[in-house]
Write a protein that binds this ligand. Structure first.
Ligand SMILES: [Mg+2]
Length: 347
């Protein structure tokens, strides 16, 4: 089997409502869909959903990079992923799009869902659903809606104003009495502010505090001072940064994202190294459609060190050009049993 041609589609869609985190507000989704077609007629799909804030990539840079490497991929066996990746010099999100499409084709050629190719028979998992930064009234309404929908894990964005953020957490706990609650500060605080917030919210049974301060040194200071587990996100994008986090004993957990780490293989390696150090991981994403979320889900069920999932980044994208993907009811997700990724583009 050989790669016959590769198509790139720039996709942008508005969000149903602006999504605000401590350091940014987003009102649209932008990504690049990668379609790889083989001479056997198999079609693989991948998605590059860059975050300029984290990796300095844009959809324009992704398209430029993928256009540059396209000729070198034509004629290659798409299942020879290990060797293809060795010779592919791409930024993280660009690499993720290509690698996902290659795995999709490989699993389709074997007639089996991707999670089985990754070495797992499990096809279900639970994910958090995120509440962005908004007024207390809006937070309350959103939390009520999630509880009514059967959501059992809530991720609450904070990182703006310590006192108000403590109120946000208190409010969500009062509405979602039985839910697992995790918070994400997105670099919004100083260490002193983060300590103050942690002391104010620890009585509300918080699973972990995701990167509220910038940098592993500050996360380490925070971790020594509070009773809530600390998770790195922005500060761990590469294997080197993961090794530093381990050596420095800076965090309890790490949030993996394919688009910041550079695809499935690199993310698995980083997760393996963290597993060896006794650091469990979460898998999450940027603003991504169900193509990117679904490949992350296949990895979630196949890697025992990915203890937590935060795979709701597709929610709120208006009319995404995607068919298939995992189904979500409350917090519970089920992967499709079709061969391959089980999600494809319809741009
Ligand atoms: Mg985060």
């Amino acid at each position: 089997m050989k790669i016959e041609h590769i198509e790139l589609f720039k996709v942008d869609r508005p969000l149903e409502s602006p999504f605000r985190i401590a350091v940014a507000t987003r009102d649209k989704y932008e990504g690049v869909f990668v379609k790889i077609v083989t001479d056997d007629g198999l079609v693989g799909w991948g998605e590059s959903a860059p975050s300029y804030r984290l990796t300095r990539e844009t959809t324009a840079s992704v398209i430029e990079e993928l256009t540059r490497v396209k000729p070198s991929l034509i004629g290659k066996d798409p299942c020879d992923i290990t060797h293809i990746l060795t010779n592919l010099d791409l930024s993280p999100a660009a690499l993720t799009g290509v690698e996902t499409a290659l795995w999709d084709i490989t699993a389709q050629s074997l007639g089996t869902p991707l999670y089985r190719v990754f070495g797992s028979t499990r096809n279900e998992f639970d994910t958090s659903i995120t509440i962005g930064i908004k007024s207390l009234d809006e937070v309350a309404r959103h939390a009520e809606k999630l509880v009514n929908e059967g959501v059992s894990i809530i991720k609450l964005k904070i990182g703006v104003n310590p006192e108000e953020d403590i109120e946000r957490v208190k409010l969500v706990r009062s509405i979602a009495a039985n839910a697992r609650i995790r918070v994400d500060g997105n670099l919004g605080y100083t260490v002193d502010e983060a300590i103050r917030v942690a002391r104010g919210i620890e009585k509300y049974d918080i699973e972990f505090f995701e990167e509220p301060v910038a940098g592993l040194g500050n996360l380490k200071k925070l971790r020594k001072s509070i009773g809530i587990k600390v998770m790195a996100d922005e500060s761990v994008k590469t294997l080197n940064e993961a090794i530093t986090a381990i050596r420095e004993k800076a965090v309890d957990y790490v949030n993996l994202k394919l688009q910041k780490m550079g695809g499935i293989t690199r993310t698995r390696i980083i997760c393996d190294v963290l597993a060896d150090a006794g650091i469990p991981c979460m898998i999450g994403g940027f603003s991504e459609t169900l193509i990117a979320m679904t490949v992350a889900a296949h990895l979630k069920v196949a890697h025992p060190n990915i203890e937590f999932a935060d795979l709701d980044a597709h929610i709120g994208i208006v009319d995404p050009p995607v068919v298939g993907g995992f189904t979500l009811k409350g917090s519970h997700a089920i992967l499709p049993d079709t061969p391959g990724l089980g999600a494809k583009g319809s741009p």
